[in-house]
Ligand binder design. Structure first.
Ligand code: HGY
Ligand code: MN
Ligand code: MN
Length: 412
């Protein structure tokens, strides 16, 4: 099947961008409001300009390329993803969505296609939340669900607030409310993303159409006890928060495993003061719980809180659970799903539907407008890992589907 988009140009872009923030093992760390992210934005801006887009950033660092439509006042077809990464991540997560969108627009421009509706490609600020343990800041700001207080409160491991980090890179958190967009200014939102799971690979498929996105709830849990000498404190006289935390973490695995499709992960844990021969005085760890059903998520949050209470009470410890980030599960718009099906057929590809376990800015955008997502196959389902990989042809197929979908959605 002849494809329209330029798969070699797209592939070059993936590997050029994939060099920014790369460490010696090949993993990428491109956190928000860092020199690496700034360099990535400069590179992406150049490719947006080459595709005949007008490039600008908003006050909290969302990078936008606008491809003008015949009706400059018409609502915008928005297509986005992110260029920030997790710590030691891969070169496709987020980047595939931005670079495929630029490639689709570049191809439209080469074919002298002027859409009726303007199209904007947006690289959202801080989708991953890797630096401030929150996430999707750029899309939340556009949806108006982020407050200035949030930006001053969330801090990185050096106690730098998101607001301060923004200012260091020339943005202005005080102008947060200028970023907000209203639903009537948006026609629909599309995002291409790597699947980050194994469903497409297990079905030997190149692309898939996302039906809905599981909602994440991120907690910080703090367990406090009595510090003491590791050698001189008899076992029966201890109030050891490390033991309490380990019981809780293992029982959280049981809580999620009994559900149909919920998942739970403890990704970070810190012991204070953290000495080899000291019983800690406190342990802090994170919990990331996800499910496609809001009702299940609410129930699991309650079970986690009750578990912390029971274990800490029984062992004479203190326990605190704080929610860092919560996004409701979201459903793709039937109209956009139908358009994606037609585009898959136009590209000579089967139409396959699947849910997304990973979170995306598309969830936030679905609060404002009709949302749809295209997945491309992930090799071995690996992601958030230097070995993350998507084949050139899979990425090209997904981009071809995006090209047809943008053409249709942006035409009168
Ligand atoms: O956490 C997520 O699901 C996404 O990668 N930010
Ligand atoms: Mn992502
Ligand atoms: Mn990610």
């Amino acid at each position: 099947m002849e494809i329209n988009i330029n798969k070699e140009r797209l592939w070059d872009h993936i590997h050029s961008l994939g060099k920014i923030g790369r460490n010696t093992e090949g993993g990428l760390t491109r956190l928000s409001f860092t020199e690496e992210e700034k360099a990535a934005k400069e590179m992406v801006s150049q490719w947006m300009e080459e595709a005949d887009m007008r490039v600008y950033t908003d006050e909290i660092g969302n990078l936008i390329g606008r491809y003008e439509g015949k009706n400059v006042d018409a609502p915008v077809v928005l297509v986005g993803s992110h260029i920030d990464t997790v710590i030691n991540g891969g070169k496709f997560d987020g980047a595939a969505g931005i670079l495929s969108a630029i490639e689709a627009i570049h191809t439209m421009n080469e074919k002298a296609i002027t859409p009726y509706y303007p199209i904007e490609v947006i690289a959202f600020t801080d989708e991953e939340g890797a630096r401030f343990s929150n996430g999707m800041l750029g899309s939340k700001a556009i949806a108006g669900t982020l407050t200035k207080e949030d930006l001053y409160q969330m801090k990185d491991s050096n106690q730098v607030s998101a607001a301060e980090a923004m200012r260091q890179f020339g943005y202005d958190p005080e102008k947060l409310d200028t970023v907000k967009r209203s639903p009537e200014n948006l026609k629909n939102y599309l995002e291409l993303h790597i699947e980050q799971g194994k469903v497409l690979e297990d079905n030997d498929l190149s692309v898939g159409i996302v039906t809905g996105i599981a909602g994440p709830v991120w907690f910080n849990v703090r367990i406090t006890g009595e510090s003491g000498h590791a050698g001189a404190t008899p076992m029966g006289m201890r109030k050891d928060p490390m033991v309490g935390a380990s019981i809780i973490i293992s029982k959280i695995e049981e809580i999620a495993s009994k559900e149909k499709q919920a998942v739970a992960t403890t990704g970070k844990i810190e012991s204070h003061p953290g000495g080899i021969n000291i019983i800690p005085d406190s342990i802090e760890f994170t919990v990331d719980i996800r499910d496609i059903s809001e009702e299940t998520l609410i129930r699991l949050e309650k079970e986690v809180r009750e578990l912390v209470e029971q274990v800490t009470e029984k062992r004479g410890l203190g326990g605190e659970v704080n929610v860092l980030h919560r996004v409701s599960p979201s459903v793709a718009s039937p109209d956009v799903v139908k358009q994606l099906e037609e585009s898959c057929m136009k590209a000579g590809l089967p139409t396959f539907h699947l849910p997304s376990g990973a979170g995306h800015d598309a969830m936030i955008m679905s609060e404002l407008t009709d949302m749809g997502m295209i997945f491309v196959r992930s090799k071995d389902g690996i992601s958030h890992n230097p070995n993350e990989w998507t084949d050139k042809m899979d990425l090209a197929n997904g981009t071809e589907v995006l090209f047809h979908s943008l053409n249709e959605l942006a035409s009168e």
